[in-house]
Design a protein around this ligand. Structure first.
Ligand code: CA
Length: 246
């Protein structure tokens, strides 16, 4: 069988939304190095912004310079996540005003057709393949864990006053373990990385139908963000789209 070569294209958009005074989400990517990250920060004052941007910078920098080490993707991602965790944790320890700051993280690390998805918290990765969207990551949130254990329905989870409680974050503890998902990209696959400001406002079938529109990635990103704002924009909204092209 002939080897299928894929290359990747990406675009991103972020917006403060309509209710929050600042944007604590952060994103970054390098198509050249095959690294894509979205983070959603939390903490008082400017702490959330600091945590999310520290995480994006640290993970990008670590993974962009990984070629020399030839480490397997999973190992490289885990090390980068741990470095980001340590950077946030030690920064918070040095400054009591930043105490308790943290961030979610969802990332893609791509090498040829191999795609590693990694996450901590409730920012998500979805894949659209042949007009079907699938959520790749599992939220590290209290309500999602209750749903998975059959103790709560999805509808109850959406209304629960506990829906903001996340069970794993970067920077709040000395160590963190990301979930890892190893996939193989097919030409045409479209990956969406996003913060919960998108997924709380827009139901999955709507996101799926928007991802099927044949538009440039930049336009798709801004349409997603605008739709989430129109639906309420209660939180910061961020999305990164990564398309595998044949
Ligand atoms: Ca958020």
């Amino acid at each position: 069988m002939a080897t299928v070569l894929v290359h990747f294209a990406a675009a991103a958009a972020t917006d403060r939304g309509r209710k929050r005074p600042s944007n604590e989400d952060a994103f970054g990517f390098s198509v050249e190095h095959g690294v894509y990250v979205v983070c959603d920060g939390m903490g008082g004052a400017a702490a959330g912004e600091i945590a999310s941007s520290l995480a994006v910078d640290e993970v990008l920098q670590r993974l962009e310079s990984r070629a020399a080490s030839q480490a397997p993707l999973a190992q490289a991602a885990e090390q980068a996540v741990n470095a980001a965790n340590a950077a946030i944790y030690s920064r918070a320890e040095r400054n009591y005003q930043l105490n308790g700051m943290g961030t979610t993280l969802v990332g893609l690390l791509v090498e040829e057709r191999r795609v590693l998805v990694f996450n901590v918290g409730d920012s998500r990765c979805y894949r659209l393949r042949k007009n079907r969207m699938e959520q790749i990551t599992l939220d590290h949130s209290l309500v999602e864990e209750q749903v998975r254990m059959g103790r709560m329905t999805r509808a109850e989870a959406l209304r629960s006053p506990m829906r903001n409680v996340i069970t794993r974050a970067l920077g709040t503890q000395c160590c963190v373990t990301p979930d890892l998902f190893e996939l193989e990209a097919d030409p045409g696959d479209l990956f969406l990385l996003c913060s919960d400001g998108l997924t709380r406002e827009l139901a999955d079938p709507l996101i799926e139908s928007m991802l099927m529109l044949e538009l440039p990635l930049d336009d798709l990103c801004s349409r997603l963000v605008q739709a989430a704002k129109k639906a309420g924009g209660h939180d910061n909204i961020t999305c990164v789209l990564v398309r595998a092209e044949g």
